[in-house]
Design a protein around this ligand. Sequence first.
Ligand code: MEV
Length: 328
Amino acid sequence: MTTTSSAPGKVYLFGEHAVVYGEPAVPCAIERRARVTVTERDDDRLRVDASDLSIEGFTVEYGGSTDERPAVDVPPSLLEAATGYVDSAVAQARAAADRPDAGFDVEIESEIPLGAGLGSSAAVAVAGIDAATRELGVDLDAREVADRAYRVEHEVQDGEASRADTFCSAMGGAVRVEGDDCSTLDAPDLPFVVGYDGTGHDTGELVAGVRALREEYGFAADTVAAIGDLVREGERALEAGDVEELGRLMNFNHGLLSALDVSARTLENMVWAARDGGALGAKLTGAGGGGSIVALDDGDGVETALSLTPECAETFRAELATAGVRAE
Ligand code: MEV
């Protein structure tokens, strides 16, 4: 049998990084999906074919032991990051189906670049767990897939993960996450425009950097708390449908993320280009260090401004994805 699932990427309207310390965050799923196709094998091995992750495509085959690393010609850190999520997702599916020795051929296709701040790893983990459990005859509901995908991120990112990315990808739409408290929100289809600088970054490392800053400096702990306050303001603006206020708050959120040292020259240039292009607001999205920005604009000024910005490798309008994880 062969089973395919897909799950969306996301942008953060507000709250990345601070959500790791129990503050609320509001990520929104976007119509860029990762698709994972799984076929059960008749041995316990794993073969992973990832041809489209905006890194060198790769195909690897390896056995159940975690020490055994495949010999392939791609940088070990990228290979480890990508296969780490797949390994751990497969482990979750084996546990959910009580089939510890199940082997799989896994094929990953993604419209979300890896490490770009757009939730590729969460989407791969969510779609991978859903496809592999269904392939083994077990149907999990979306909340259980989200919970298992969170455990994947937690493990691969050395304990540096919130539930936000994985819950958002599993449920779709706009969501609110505060600690273990996760809920879906009724949000309008906001006019998101994304700018992506073409680079990938390690979320675990960036989160560890903020943690260190927060432990060393009182201002960084205050900044994390200030992001929490701002997210609560943002929720009120979202409820009132006040898009102008949402934009202003996004600008403030970006400033606070810069204070936590997770911005980058490319992100600053794209944020300012978007504002010059008429954005209601613009901020980096996700872990930062490079990667992507998200802006609000219902005209075409921002896309035009970003397409003329040398640091921007790709810009696109991102529709809210109402469907979370789904069978394909
Ligand atoms: C990364 O997409 C979002 C962070 O808040 C980390 C996390 O929530 O796990 C930086």
